[in-house]
Design a protein around this ligand. Structure first.
Ligand code: FMN
Length: 380
């Protein structure tokens, strides 16, 4: 039954010069296995197995751009330096060898630098020196207490340096053969720190209303696009929630979302990737549409949704170690929404951590290996 049910997912989608063979995406997931910021030797086989397992497009774990404060823990990889680039090239080549497609998710931790490693000095780069209101989070309480102490706002020079760092890491990614680029504009990291009104209080041209707060994102997209071949797609990921506050919201209305996305898309985005904790979560009052649905309706671009496919608990529950670890046979509900055109692609996170063949099993109806927090301990 599942095989028929999910058949519509197995149609290609083309964005610029890239044809993705089906509508499934491996969600970006930091696994913490890098050695001194260099991808682990097993990373190539880890990603290759997901390509062999039928994933249409792999998005890598968040990977630091070429800036000293982009990634706080040694287990987070970066996209610069001979060693890290050689390791990434092995990953790309391995995925390509089995016919897969892979894009890196590039990020700078911005105001949340130190969250993964609270012993680091609080030298994070913040748009306005503040991190906004903290809320439910898996960050250590010591980190949040220290992070609440304001630092200095980023200077013009620091902002220019960070944008240039994104550009260099995009160039590096292109040079080793990645198929596209995803910019991490979600979860309160650098780009999202500018988007969110609580962390961007600037009164210069980097701050203001939601469209003006999108200026930094727009400049990063522009700089990235300038380093990319014309046929290579650029994906922009964004969210309402922050790693420092899962209840936070960047936009309160579809009008604000439209105002935010307009300048970012105009700078050269091809696919939007909304980070949602449950794919059925309505984005705004008065409508059942999720954030991906709104993004699609307002912009017409292809959108990727995500959030608890096959699972009865969210990624934030996993991180905060709360709730049960239930399976939820919600694939039929996800397919209903996909078939109604709410979103164009579905990203799968945790279910792919425990089972590299999850997508092939969606196709055939086989029962996948169940995810549990223990699955995070190894690179299966
Ligand atoms: C272990 C783990 C690491 C994650 N790391 C990232 C990341 O590096 N970048 C990102 O944008 N999202 C990250 N996420 C969020 C996922 O991309 C995804 O949106 C989330 O897990 C919801 O999908 P799921 O319910 O299918 O797991 C991570 C999630 C998990 C579970």
């Amino acid at each position: 039954m599942t095989a028929d049910l999910t058949a519509p997912l197995f149609q290609p989608l083309t964005a610029r010069g890239m044809t993705i063979p089906n509508r499934t995406v491996m969600a970006p997931m930091g696994r913490g296995f890098a050695n001194d910021h260099v991808p682990h030797p097993d990373a190539a086989a880890y990603y290759r197995r997901r390509a062999e397992g039928g994933v249409g497009l792999i998005v890598t774990e968040a990977t630091g751009v070429d800036h000293p404060l982009s990634a706080d823990t040694a287990g987070t990889p970066v996209m610069h330096g001979a060693e890290a680039l050689a390791a990434w090239k092995t990953v790309v080549d391995d995925v390509h060898r089995v016919g897969g497609l892979i894009v890196p998710q590039l990020f700078h931790q911005g105001m949340l630098h130190g969250g993964g490693n609270p012993t680091k000095p609080m030298d994070s780069m913040r748009p306005s020196g503040v991190i906004g209101t903290p809320g439910p989070t898996s960050f250590a309480p010591e980190f949040i207490e220290r992070a609440k102490i304001p630092t200095k706002p980023m200077t013009e020079e620091e902002i220019a340096d960070v944008i240039a760092a994104y550009a260099r890491s995009v160039r590096n990614s292109v040079s080793i053969g990645f198929d596209g680029i995803e910019l991490h504009g979600a979860h309160g990291y650098m780009i999202d720190g500018f988007l969110w009104g609580e962390s961007n209080l600037r009164t210069d041209h980097w701050g203001g209303d939601i469209a003006q707060r999108a200026t930094f994102a727009r400049e990063v997209v522009k700089a990235a696009r300038a380093e990319m071949p014309a046929d290579m797609p650029l994906i922009f990921r964004f969210s309402q929630h922050k790693s420092s506050n899962y209840d936070a919201r960047t936009t309160e209305t579809p009008q604000e979302l439209e105002a935010m996305l307009g300048p970012i898309i105009d700078a050269g985005v091809d696919i939007l990737h909304t980070s949602i904790r449950r794919f059925w979560q309505p984005a705004y009052e008065g409508s059942d549409l999720n954030l991906a649905g709104w993004a699609k309706k307002l912009t017409g671009l292809p959108v990727i949704a995500v959030g608890s496919v096959g699972l009865g608990f969210t990624a934030s529950d996993t991180f905060m170690k709360v709730g049960t670890e239930d399976t939820d046979y919600n694939v039929a509900r996800m397919m209903d929404r996909f078939n109604e055109g709410e979103f164009d692609m579905i990203a799968i996170g945790r279910s792919l951590i425990s089972d590299p063949a999850y997508v092939n099993k969606l196709r055939t109806g086989e029962t996948p290996t169940r995810f549990s927090r223990d699955s995070l301990a190894t690179l299966v």
